[in-house]
Design a protein around this ligand. Structure first.
Ligand code: ACM
Ligand code: ZN
Length: 768
């Protein structure tokens, strides 16, 4: 039964629920993203499977979706059980499109919303008030008692996105739907589907069958990390593509959940797979292979009429499949080597009066924009599309930090924030050594949660151009669907709240409690999340020249127990309740306990108490803000960084800068050696310096310097050690040490990132 006119009639329909029952302890405030306001009333409501919705006829499909979810949540589906549950769905024109009010009264549930979207979001909130067993039809009772609530809610940002790269690895249609479902549950509304890559073309284009036959498959895939030398391959053909029928099905599925899919067709770079299928699209016309390892490749589209015809044909089929107002045209990481050596490209630069190859890239994008605009669509491109001049109507997706967003917003262009520092969910989320292999970096849950999509540099007026943000999932190191989920969750929960909930309402400690409860819902949904909540974080602090080690966990109401003698902590080990004093080499082991039970993994930290621990330290340059580690102090805190990863709390990263690190020892000290390490992950543009100069100031004020050359190496880590010379009968007492590490310089031709400045990453400076 349903009612076209809601007023009046409903009063007659009020269910006769038993409202005297005590509410079961269903956590009320577990909703993610947190609503803007939630008032919990001291009353309760009983929901049964005998659901009677009242709604406008045009809401029929949506109401069916909501009612089926509720009914299917009850384990016994044979017949509706218990008294009627009335749910009223009302469109209220004075609310924003995505805004809603959800009121659970003693007698009925009322949803008021600005549009169907708002209704959908109200329902996602209601869903999260229900026990997790509802997610998989496993609620084994005939009613559920809910607290009465009054919720007012609407999103902070209009663009709330998640990205997924299906070029490097590909996932089933069912999985794509599951991903979209999870997004919708979290009130995210845009799925950025990265469909074409060097390693595989994944969208069926009927006019170009070789995209399916050739571009969709690679001969084999790199094994292990890109930085592991020499490269090894698995010898297995890999690939596939989504048919247009599958894509239509996915688009319709997403639409029902108010998720827009933005397809990305990369140009002019990341197009080696297409060029492998149609070599005439490249500058050389030579046959190339679909890429089988990761990185940035020289093969890019030649801006010829053949290429434009190809891309326009592709776009014709793409716009017919995706109702989205945006088409993402990529634009990132397009090396200019081929264009520099191509006479057609050089002629075009002259003919069009362009400045250089960047001008040519700009011409390429602007020309495709014109075509896409003529189809009634807008383009989005990665921030490289700013180089050489931005296409007139383009929206910029800022990934290399926030500068692209700032520049574009100041020029009056819409922007979407996806800086690597907070949005790259392919980075590690824990410092545990047993994390599954990932590309690098370090982006824990808390850092995602701390993200503010509006760069500080923008005025209020300029920040109007910030549409929102998204989490990116690049899948080089995610061969399986389980692995994608592991990297996406729980960070997607944090991103959803960054984008939905006003920053004044956000609080990480409180969020973490909801995440802990939300894990049960993810379990019911069979989503493979990473659980690092029971992990321990440690850090060194120095107070009045004394060094301490601090331990912290984010789970509530639990105990940390620890040892300092190397033994594994157990239920009888010391309880941590204040910082641990450090005055010698020590290994701290700790675990989170719930009563007698150990939760999560053991934490272990070796501290090497060398002569610079607790000294004063300064650096001539700030580390890059994405690689701040633990600040300068982290270089002399007794803790070395990971052997594999440069993005942890111990390594500091500098981009293209010559660094000078000055350590002032507390008192003049005799020293025997200085050691440190440089990261040398050339695939990630990181290079150890070629030279190091050490400068010492002695207690008598005299100064001496000591120069070293470092061996150029392929190793991922380059060690540096300088032993002090011994002069019989003389004792050198050193007051300060300066470590000068000039940047490697420009990345040479033939290497990833050629022509760009290299990064320098430095680890603990150990003074013995
Ligand atoms: C990107 O990460 N290349 C946009
Ligand atoms: Zn060319």
């Amino acid at each position: 039964m349903h009612f076209k006119k809601l007023t009046g009639i409903l009063i007659l329909l009020i269910s006769i629920c038993n409202c005297n029952e005590e509410p079961k302890p269903i956590p009320q405030a577990q909703i993610i993203p947190a609503p803007q306001t939630i008032e919990v009333l001291e009353k309760s409501f009983t929901l049964t499977s005998n659901i009677q919705p009242a709604y406008d006829t045009n809401l029929e499909a949506l109401v069916d979706y909501c009612v089926s979810f509720l009914k299917n949540g009850f384990k016994n589906k044979s017949k509706p059980s218990g008294d009627e549950t009335i749910i009223q769905f009302v469109i209220e024109n004075n609310l924003d499109e995505e805004e809603y009010k959800l009121r659970i009264d003693e007698k009925l549930i009322v949803i008021n919303a600005g549009s169907e979207k708002g209704v959908f979001y109200a329902f996602q909130t209601l869903r999260q008030l229900l026990p997790p067993e509802f997610e998989n039809g496993d609620y084994d009772d005939n009613k559920v008692v809910l607290p009465c609530v009054d919720i007012r809610d609407k999103p902070k940002f209009e663009y709330r996105g998640m990205h997924l790269d299906v070029g490097r690895h590909m996932y089933s249609v069912e999985f794509i739907k599951k991903y979209i479902d999870a997004m919708a549950m979290l009130k995210m509304n845009t799925f950025h589907w990265h469909l074409t890559e060097d390693q595989g073309w994944r969208i069926e284009i009927k006019k170009y069958p070789k995209l399916q036959e050739i571009a969709a498959y690679r001969d084999e895939t790199l094994v292990g990390h890109y930085s592991d030398q020499p490269h090894q391959f698995d010898g297995k053909k890999y690939g596939g593509y989504y048919t247009q029928e599958e894509i239509k099905d996915i688009v319709a599925y997403a639409e029902e959940r108010f998720v827009t899919i933005i397809p990305e067709i990369e140009m002019p770079g990341h197009s080696q797979a297409a060029i492998a299928a149609y070599p005439e699209l490249g500058c050389t016309g030579e046959q190339v292979k679909v890429a089988k390892k990761w990185g940035v490749f020289e093969e890019v589209y030649c801006p010829s009429e053949t290429t434009f015809k190809f891309l326009e044909d592709v776009i014709d089929e793409v716009v017919a499949l995706f109702p989205s107002k945006y088409i993402h045209i990529g634009g990132d990481e397009a090396p200019k080597t081929r264009w520099k050596n191509c006479s057609d490209c050089q002629d075009l630069i002259k003919e069009k009066g362009l400045k250089d190859e960047h001008g040519l890239q700009s011409y390429f994008i602007a020309r495709m924009e014109k075509y896409i605009n003529s189809k009634g669509k807008q383009i989005i491109g990665w921030d490289e599309i700013l180089e050489g001049g931005l296409a007139p109507n383009a929206t910029v997706m800022s990934w290399r930090g926030t500068n692209g967003a700032i520049e574009a917003a100041k020029a009056g262009h819409d922007v979407i924030l996806t800086p690597t520092s907070h949005c790259y969910f392919d980075y590690y989320q824990s410092e545990n050594d047993d994390e599954p292999l990932a590309i690098g970096g370090f982006l824990p849950l808390e850092k995602v949660y701390s993200f503010n999509p509006i760069p500080e540099e923008l005025s209020d007026e300029e920040s109007q151009y910030v549409l929102g943000a998204q989490g990116n999932i690049w899948t080089e190191y995610m061969p399986t669907e389980d692995q994608v989920e592991y990297m996406a969750f729980p960070r997607m929960l944090a991103m959803s709240e960054v984008l939905w909930t006003n920053s004044e309402t956000r609080n990480y400690d409180e969020f973490v409690k909801r995440v802990e409860a939300f894990y049960k819902r993810l379990d019911a949904l069979d989503i493979n999340y990473a659980n690092h909540l029971y992990e321990i974080e440690g850090n060194v602090s120095t107070v009045n020249g004394k060094t301490f080690y601090n331990l912290k966990t984010f789970s509530e109401g639990k105990t940390i127990r620890y040892t300092t003698d190397g033994s594994e902590p157990n239920a009888n080990s010391a309880i941590y309740n204040s910082p641990i004093p450090i005055s010698e080499d020590v290994t701290i082991k700790a675990s989170v306990f719930n009563e007698q039970q150990q939760l999560g993994k053991h934490f272990m930290q070796n501290i090497k108490y060398h002569k610079a621990v607790g000294a004063k330290i300064s650096i001539n340059k700030e580390p890059h803000k994405a690689y701040l580690g633990s600040g300068a102090e982290g270089l002399i805190n007794g803790i070395s960084g990971s052997d594999k990863r440069y993005g942890d709390k111990e390594w500091l990263g500098f981009w293209g800068e010559d660094i000078e690190i000055k350590i002032d020892l507390e008192k003049a000290t005799e020293i025997s050696s200085i050691k440190t390490r440089f990261h040398n992950g050339n695939g990630q543009w990181i290079y150890a310096p070629k030279h190091i100069r050490l400068k010492y100031i002695l207690d008598d004020g005299s100064l001496f310097t000591d120069d070293h050359s470092l061996k150029i190496s392929d190793e991922r880590i380059v060690d540096f050690e300088s032993k002090m010379m011994k002069v019989p009968g003389r004792k050198f007492l050193i007051k300060s040490i300066t470590v000068m590490a000039p940047n490697y310089g420009t990345i040479p031709e033939g290497k990833q990132g050629a022509g760009n400045k290299a990064w320098t990453f430095i680890d603990e400076i150990i003074v013995n």
